[in-house]
Design a binder for this molecule. Structure first.
Ligand code: NAD
Length: 260
């Protein structure tokens, strides 16, 4: 069902976005990659996905903090593949500090990348989805879109914001074949979280493995990380016909974090 569709995943050169890109490619969707990284490595990544799944891929290096870059990326995707059928707003960054110490430029960057970029991609993707009366918009929020944690003011605000944006996008398109939903992961061991593991190991003078365990024990009852592959499978389900009446939800996959 997703064969021949075009999926654009922001922040797909690493971590969760890459896992989601692979899951859609496995369904036969063409992939538009976005994100930062070494040009050679990104080329190799594209070649690998093309070879493994027999799909077409493209890459645009738009900076998600810059609306003009986002406009250029959406235009590029439309020119390359006709339209974006599946939009996954995934690019995100983190910064950890108390509010009074939180650098203003970090606040602005997190709101721009983790929240406003999804408004821009969504407003630019919707006209073509409406023309086809089919589309899937999946926003990668976080458990922090549902609950808070100390020292993550910008991240928690942006993720609660994107859950709100998800609901409005779903409602405005409720009478159409376009759905919008959010996925709320708990801890996933990606470079974004490895930085937090490293900081914990440094601060507490413990090993990397002990820091990982400590991080999980604190919040995630399963004691295990969620994987990018599992999140990719959930995104594929939300894009399926079976999920056509799943609209405006914030679906957590979090090892039990939010159940506590
Ligand atoms: P990651 O650091 O592995 O990947 C982030 C991706 O975003 C990379 O491809 C990076 O190049 C890209 N990116 C960063 N800034 C960008 C910018 N300005 N413009 C374009 N691309 C940019 O992180 P991840 O853990 O895979 O996170 C992906 C998403 O999942 C984020 O929105 C994050 O908040 C969310 N999330 C992660 C976790 C977790 O535990 N890792 C949990 C919940 C939610």
């Amino acid at each position: 069902m997703l064969k021949g569709k075009t999926a654009l995943i922001t922040g797909s050169t690493s971590g969760i976005g890459l896992g989601i890109a692979r899951s859609f490619a496995a369904q036969g969707s063409n992939i538009v990659f976005n994100g930062f990284g070494d040009a050679k490595e990104i080329e190799a990544l594209q070649a690998d996905v093309q070879k493994e799944y027999g799909v077409e891929t493209a890459y645009h290096g738009a900076d998600m903090s810059r609306p003009a870059h986002i406009e250029a990326m959406m235009q590029f995707a439309a020119e390359r593949f006709g339209a974006v059928d599946i939009l996954v707003n995934n690019a995100g960054i983190q910064h950890v500090a108390n509010i009074e110490d939180f650098p203003v430029e970090k606040w602005d960057a997190i709101i721009a990348i983790n929240l406003s970029s999804a408004f821009h991609t969504t407003r630019l993707a919707l006209p073509a989805m409406k023309a086809k009366n089919w589309g899937r918009i999946i926003n990668i929020a976080s458990v922090h879109g549902l609950i808070g944690s100390a020292q993550k003011s910008a991240y928690v605000a942006a993720k609660h914001g994107i859950v709100g944006l998800t609901k409005v996008t779903a409602l405005e398109n409720a009478h159409s074949g376009i759905t919008c939903n959010a996925i709320c992961p708990g801890w996933v061991l990606t470079p974004l979280v490895q930085q937090q593991v490293d900081a914990r190991a440094r601060q507490q003078g413990i090993s990397n493995e002990e820091a990982k365990k400590g991080l999980l024990m604190e919040k995630q009852p399963s004691g295990e990380f969620v994987t990018p592959q599992q999140l990719g499978e959930l995104a594929v389900f939300l894009s399926s016909d079976a999920a056509s009446q799943v609209r405006g939800v914030a679906w957590n996959m979090d090892g039990g974090w939010v159940a506590q």
